[in-house]
Design a protein around this ligand. Structure first.
Ligand code: LRH
Length: 472
């Protein structure tokens, strides 16, 4: 089998990148050809994604990719889940909302008035998150939903602009709450009960299938032609592909803005226990199930640091801040419930931590180093608890915990997760999402063959993780 190259567009909640991956049976190398900020925009009370800016940055990155490697075999796109754009006759209606926009509360109230969460869970297997797409549809301006003829999730929207082909990639569609994972089909009766116009949901497409060739004018502007191939377009689904794990004995934490903590299983777990633990069953590549829980992730720390940076008027060096936090004894800071819904929207995190501490009668952190340590300890505790729950619910004896994504660079967090879980942590790859995107494309292009296990084996051989053993 020859080696070859593919391009991955990976959009995260704070930044995006375009990566060229070179892949063969013993090769998995990546070059980042573009990296750009993803800054949400507030318009009045509303919080939006700058999708046109992201598309334009992705195009510039792909142009770079073709310059670096003219023989790119395909392009794959992934991003965060749940958000979408509405279209009519191929034109975008309105500006896609950010899932942290507070309109979702309205949608939750409207849906739960006639369909309680337990009933939804029995059908779609999803944890309750106020921003699941079905609640966003319920909060949407009815004028737009009824005028629209197509709703496209963010990666599908970019794929549509590149190719002219409108499809819904399966792993991301599983985060809408409107899909039956077991038969890989839209849940028509649920969609009808929710009053969502059935026609706005496009036909599904599975990871590895070809979406379409670049539209001629797009190819001309990029200086190259290649098909867009569906990948695990939900970023977490792509990340899970590239985790160098033994899925029957490991838990994972895909740690960026969110900490997605779970295990991989063959069939959805819809037990009362899973419902009570608010775990989700999201669709994975090759029909696997990602049984996981959304833990708040690095969001609380990044938002805290952003607030301090605004006060100071200059950037704060994260490694230096984490070093100062490592000097603070863990016993000196409070462990707060980092999953508390008050930490979801953007805003003053230290003030919210103070409020939580005063409500719970504990001493609030007193310095920046203490806040940082308190956030890391609280995150590590939530990670330890969620990995244990994931193992129990999924029937998996968790002997290692893999941390991938940006969080794998945070040594204090990795160590404290190992300590609090009493299980070794293997950290890396940092770019698991982009690697998973690349691996699925490479297999579709014939540069690799085999199961997810063989893709993970290649990731393990080429990206050795860093080990953190639990300390007493
Ligand atoms: C992580 C992520 C996560 C979703 C959230 C909206 O980027 O895709 O899996 O729950 O964003």
């Amino acid at each position: 089998i020859p080696a070859g190259s593919v391009a991955a567009v990976d959009l995260g909640a704070t930044s995006g990148r375009v990566i060229v991956g070179r892949v063969g049976p013993d090769t998995l190398e990546t070059t980042t050809v573009a990296r750009f900020a993803n800054d949400p925009i507030r318009l009045g009370d509303d919080l939006h994604w700058n999708v046109l800016g992201l598309y334009s940055a992705a195009l510039a990155g792909l142009r770079e990719a073709f310059r670096a490697e003219p023989a790119i075999a395909s392009i794959g796109i992934d991003s965060w889940a749940v958000d979408y754009g509405l279209l009519r006759a191929g034109r975008l209606l309105g500006t896609p909302f950010h899932y942290r926009d507070e309109r979702t509360a309205r949608g939750v109230a409207a849906v739960h008035a006639h369909l309680p969460h337990a009933e939804l869970f029995a059908r779609n297997g999803l944890q309750f998150l106020p921003f699941n797409t079905l609640y966003q549809f319920a909060a949407e301006d009815p004028f737009l939903v009824n005028a629209g003829d197509t709703a496209l999730m963010i990666p599908d929207l970019l794929g549509f602009w590149l190719t002219g082909s409108a499809r819904a990639e399966l792993t991301n569609a599983s985060t809408t709450g409107l899909l039956r994972w077991l038969d890989h089909a839209w849940d028509d009766s649920l969609i009808e009960r929710l009053g969502v116009p059935r026609d706005i949901l496009p036909p599904l497409i599975a990871p590895g299938e070809v979406l379409g060739a670049l539209r001629p004018e797009v190819a001309a502007s990029l200086g190259g032609q290649a098909p867009v191939v569906a990948v695990g377009s939900h970023d977490t689904a792509s990340a899970v592909v590239a985790i160098p794990m033994q899925a029957d004995a490991a838990a994972y934490i895909s740690c960026g803005t969110w900490g997605l903590v779970g295990v991989e299983v063959e069939r959805p777990v819809l037990t009362p226990d899973a419902l009570a633990a608010n775990f989700t069953n999201e669709g994975g590549v090759d029909g696997r199930v990602r049984l996981l829980h959304n833990v708040m992730g690095l969001w609380v720390l990044s938002e805290t640091v952003r607030g301090w940076e605004r006060q100071e008027g200059h950037a704060i060096d994260l490694p230096t801040l984490l070093d100062s936090a490592a000097e603070v004894p863990a016993s000196a800071v409070p462990v707060f419930d980092i999953n508390d819904a008050r930490f979801l929207p953007p805003g003053d995190m230290p003030a919210r931590i103070d409020a939580w501490c005063s409500e719970h009668g504990v001493r609030a952190p007193q310095s920046r180093a203490e806040y940082t340590r308190s956030i890391v300890e609280s995150l590590a505790q939530a990670f330890a608890e969620a990995t244990a729950t994931a193992g129990r619910l999924g029937g998996i004896d968790v002997r290692t915990i893999h941390i991938v994504g940006g969080g794998a660079l945070n040594a204090l967090l990795c160590q404290r997760t190992a300590d609090r879980a009493g299980v070794p942590v293997l950290a890396g790859p940092v770019e698991a999402t982009a690697l998973g995107n690349v691996l699925v494309q490479a297999r579709a292009a014939g540069f690799l063959s085999g199961s997810l296990e063989s893709l993970r084996d290649l990731a393990a051989r080429t990206h050795a993780p860093r080990r953190f053993d639990p300390q007493a």
